[in-house]
Design a binder for this molecule. Structure first.
Ligand code: GDP
Ligand code: MG
Length: 163
């Protein structure tokens, strides 16, 4: 049984907010070789007595659209190699973007468990907006608010069950 969970998703969906919520005051280990795509934060957390490592991916900054998309896909590929289970985070405020679709395709083409987390569901009204994410073909979306912590317990139940 492995114990590494990677959070992937395009910039600004709330990956780091969730990571910080999970890892909290514990020390995050930063592997940030400047200018490379291998820029990720590692931390440990536990849920229901199960300890696991969380990877926050994608602190890179690149300018060209083209390189940007390639760098993001590379992040996902690295995460797939490194992790035992993946949280694919999307954001209900923005909805589904082309990058979400590209990443979803990469994730569907591999065999590790993927939990689809729809973030920024801060209130009940946004709950119904989350239905559109079924179309990503990655199963039932888990709605969360990384900001308030709402739904993150259900997400962690699913994460631990997938390990
Ligand atoms: P990352 O680029 O995926 O790591 O995203 P960040 O964690 O840096 O968050 C991007 C922005 O989204 C920040 O302004 C966060 O405050 C905001 N954000 C993160 N989670 C939530 C959430 O659950 N609800 C709302 N409304 N905003 C959020
Ligand atoms: Mg981040």
């Amino acid at each position: 049984m492995g114990n590494i969970v990677a959070i992937v998703g395009r910039p600004n969906v709330g990956k780091s907010t969730l990571f910080n919520r999970l890892v909290g005051m514990r020390q995050a280990i930063v592997d940030a070789t400047e200018g490379t795509t291998r820029d990720r934060h590692y931390g440990t957390t536990d849920w229901n007595g199960r300890e696991f490592t969380v990877i926050d991916t994608g602190g890179f900054t690149v300018n060209s659209e083209d390189i940007f998309e390639r760098a993001i896909c590379r992040q996902v590929e690295l995460a797939i190699e490194e992790a035992d289970s993946l949280i694919f985070m999307v954001d209900v405020e923005t909805g589904i973007t082309d990058l979400d679709l590209t990443m979803a395709e990469l994730l569907r083409r591999q065999s590790k468990p993927v939990l689809l987390a729809v973030n920024k569901v801060d209130n009940a009204m946004r709950q119904t907006d989350a239905y559109e994410f079924y179309s990503l073909g990655l199963g039932d979306p888990v709605t969360v608010s990384s900001m308030t912590g709402s739904g993150t317990g259900d997400l962690l139940d699913a994460v631990v069950a997938s390990l």
